[in-house]
Ligand binder design. Structure first.
Ligand code: URA
Length: 472
């Protein structure tokens, strides 16, 4: 008899005992406590720690699949582990009915978890005397996945108290402890709050009418979730106004004048740029601004050198300054910088202690009306600009370099490689620094699909957190 649906530890304890005792699946009747097992006079199976060796992949799947709402799950899973204990190749038998069912159920759970990560919305309840805020969210998952998902929210929202209430169970993070309790009802959670208004404003602001794909949007954000998503009420009006907004954007482009854009017309090469005696980071910054090693200096407002303490253990390398960086003369102060700042904070990295720079030091863009549209630098431009990156590396001597995007990777290694092939592993660079390759934060800004963006962002933060651990 299982007391809590979806409780893997409970099922595993019972299954182990049965397996170790050689009880075949057809002799076991699995019941939930609400089904009144005692009526039948059965004994609950004592939990066992008996060791039975099973493939790790199977146990990982079982931990997810036990959350499936199908009442047959405990017995199907037991039959599968019974068979797997006798047939090590069972999972490889892709047409086997049990295996087909297992993989299908696992997929359903993973999808449900993914949706819950993306669509839980907290409402603010208040704060205690010490100023610690508390939040609550109502969510209706398709399966019993609360225990699978709660650790994700615990990691993400460690600094506040929260409860996630579902019809079957609740997870409560309070006093730095995670606890579970009974299910609840929607009316335990306030309908709206200030955060919700901010969220809706944010959603409307990032809604890009030129990128609307209604079918993809419906597939990714099924209607079933809409009733708990504050932004959902804005979707219809935003979609209805999308075409008009695209038109307005086209017209507005002409008036978004950048007063500094014309500067390039008068910019002339400066012979001093070839001065080769930069002893400090300030010397480098001045020389970068005078650099004429490639034609990109012609159009940019100024050269943007790296920024941060010379003693930094970690150097972050981006691609090139963007529009804002070009105007302000500092790396990562525009929208990609915002994304980066938030991800750094989440990974526990203090930006002020890092050295931030770019593979290419001048902004490359294409004038479009009076706007300046980012253009990727060529490998030739990146290679020429390595001159400066290497000078910065020689002065800072970071223990670890994080490259953001493919241009940065090329700038640091001098070779072209896919980020995918390098990601997740720590590489050694000539000269002793370590290298972690990850995506560029602007990649996250370009993803129209929020769920995918959330996943990518999570991986990005994980890469940064790995860097923090290594440098510590
Ligand atoms: N993108 C970059 O790669 N670097 C910056 O400094 C800003 C945006």
């Amino acid at each position: 008899m299982l007391r809590a649906p979806g409780d893997f530890a409970e099922w595993r304890g019972a299954a182990r005992g049965l397996l170790a005792g050689g009880v075949p699946p057809e002799e076991v009747s699995w019941r939930g406590s609400e089904e009144g097992a005692s009526l039948f006079g059965e004994e609950a199976v004592p939990a066992s720690t008996g060791a039975v060796s099973l493939p790790r992949e199977l146990l990982e799947m079982a931990e997810r699949v036990i959350c499936h709402r199908d009442a047959e799950v405990p017995s199907r899973l037991y039959r599968i582990i019974w068979r797997a204990a006798r047939d090590r190749q069972l999972l490889a038998r892709t047409t086997d009915d049990d295996v087909v069912w297992l993989r299908g159920a696992d997929k359903a759970i993973r999808r449900d978890v993914h949706k819950m990560h993306a669509f839980v919305r907290f409402r603010r309840l208040g704060e205690d005397a010490a100023g610690r805020e508390s939040f609550a969210a109502w969510f209706e998952p398709s399966h019993h996945i609360l225990r699978l998902t709660a650790p994700f929210f615990q990691r993400r929202f460690t600094g506040m108290d929260w409860a996630i209430i579902t019809p079957d169970a609740r997870a409560i993070w309070h006093d730095e402890k995670l606890a579970y309790g009974p299910g609840g009802t929607r009316d335990e959670v306030p309908e709206s709050d200030v955060v919700e208004d901010q969220w809706r404003t944010y959603y409307s602001a990032i809604f890009n009418p030129a990128r609307v794909k209604i079918d993809a949007m419906r597939a990714e954000m099924p209607k079933k979730y809409w009733k708990n998503l504050p932004e959902a009420q804005d979707i219809a009006p935003l979609l209805a106004g999308a075409e008009a907004r695209v038109e307005r954007m086209r017209e507005a482009a002409v008036s978004m004048a950048n007063p500094l854009t014309d500067k390039w017309r008068t910019r002339v090469p400066d012979e001093l740029a070839l001065d080769d005696d930069e002893k400090t980071l300030d010397d480098i910054a001045r020389a970068v601004d005078r650099c004429t090693r490639c034609p990109l200096y012609c159009n940019a407002t100024q050269g943007v050198a790296g920024e941060g303490p010379k003693s930094a253990k970690i150097m972050l390398v981006g691609e090139q300054p963007g529009d804002q960086e070009d105007l302000q003369g500092r790396p990562f102060v525009g929208p990609a910088g915002q994304v980066l700042n938030e991800a750094l904070a989440e990974a526990g990295l203090d930006r002020r202690r890092l050295f931030l720079t770019n593979a290419v030091k001048h902004f490359k863009f294409e004038p479009r009306g009076k706007r300046r549209l980012h253009q990727n630098p060529t490998t030739g431009e990146i290679d020429i600009c390595r001159w400066w990156l290497e000078k910065e590396r020689a002065l800072v001597q970071p223990e670890l370099i994080i490259t953001l995007g493919a241009s940065a990777l090329r700038g640091v290694t001098g070779k072209s490689a896919s980020i995918k092939s390098m990601r997740g592993t720590v590489h050694e660079l000539e000269g002793g620094s370590k290298l972690i390759a990850t995506i560029h934060p602007s990649f996250l800004l370009r993803l129209p699909d929020r769920e995918r963006a959330a996943k990518e962002r999570e991986m990005f933060v994980a890469d940064l957190a790995l860097a923090r651990k290594l440098a510590a």
